[in-house]
Design a protein around this ligand. Structure first.
Ligand SMILES: NC(=O)c1ccc[n+]([C@@H]2O[C@H](COP(=O)([O-])OP(=O)(O)OC[C@H]3O[C@@H](n4cnc5c(N)ncnc54)[C@H](OP(=O)(O)O)[C@@H]3O)[C@@H](O)[C@H]2O)c1
Length: 245
């Protein structure tokens, strides 16, 4: 190998390494989170993922490109202690994320608000809103020393409009929009916090609210191609934005 060719390939390797990011995604066992994790791993990025379904995490680990490079842990985002432990492990392994995608979410069964059980309303808010707050509480302090970072909070078209039978879910996603705009104002230069509406995708969540007509919508795999590119291209200039894939 000549000196010239060595330095050319070395420069390319350095550029590739600089472009490789560590991405924390919550809710990677199925749906959008899983598809995004697979796509980002194919593009050479490192994934830190979590969900509550250990078997699905195990199967995802082997589906990811370069399986040993990623960290998948059983975490319930509703539990502040569980998220705190995730942050501790991430810090210990020096896996501090460049990008966070707060994707874990749940929806109430279609029902008018007066028919939604108290516990179900609580679960939607605890997961979709307080789950994100738990992640922000424990991960923003880890990211601040890097002086740059991107936080994507998964919103919804129903975080910007209203729909019958899913009032708890709508309330939670409007909260995600407000939380994202407020936290954006708290971050120093170099960071971006955005609310992202993913569009309409055929996942178990969509099947819960749309029934059989969910099958007419795009697959998570097709969605992840667009979403991965969009998320990787976010910059500090996007801070405070409400975006749509
Ligand atoms: N699909 C759509 O058309 C659509 C539209 C608008 C917005 N969204 C949003 O996109 C995100 C992903 O939705 P999806 O359609 O992919 O839903 P999904 O198929 O139901 O997947 C939800 C994911 O969240 C995880 N999760 C739920 N509760 C959790 C908890 N307490 N702790 C940790 N992980 C938890 C689930 O994992 P475990 O159950 O294994 O823990 C699963 O991996 C959600 O925030 C949703 O509101 C989706």
């Amino acid at each position: 190998m000549t000196t010239a060719s060595f330095s050319a390939s070395n420069t390319a390797a350095v550029a590739a390494a600089a472009a490789a990011r560590t991405v924390l995604i919550t809710g990677v066992s199925k749906g959008l989170g899983r598809a995004l994790a697979v796509e980002l791993s194919k593009r050479g990025h490192t994934v830190i993922g979590c969900s509550r379904a250990q078997e699905k995490l195990n199967s995802l680990q082997s589906e990811l490109s370069s399986p040993d490079r990623h960290l998948l842990l059983n975490v319930d985002v509703r539990s502040d202690n569980s998220v705190k432990e995730l942050a501790r492990v991430v810090m210990e392994k020096k896996f501090v994320p460049d990008i966070i995608v707060n994707n874990a979410g749940t929806i109430n069964k279609n029902n008018r608000i007066w028919e939604v059980p108290v516990e179900e309303f609580d679960t939607v808010i605890d997961t979709n809103v307080k789950g994100i707050a738990n992640v922000l509480r424990h991960f923003i302090p880890l990211m601040l020393p890097k002086s740059r970072g991107i936080i994507v909070n998964m919103s919804s078209g129903w975080g910007r409009s209203g729909a019958a039978l899913v009032a708890p879910y709508c309330a939670s996603k409007w909260a995600v929009e407000g939380l994202s705009r407020a936290v954006a104002k708290e971050m120093p230069d170099g960071f971006a916090v955005v609310a992202l509406s993913p569009g309409v995708i055929n996942t178990e969540m969509l099947q819960s609210c749309f029934g059989n007509s969910a099958s007419g919508y795009q697959t998570p795999d097709a969605w992840s191609l667009k979403a991965a590119t969009m998320i990787l291209n976010l910059t500090a200039a996007d801070n405070g934005a409400s975006l749509t894939v």
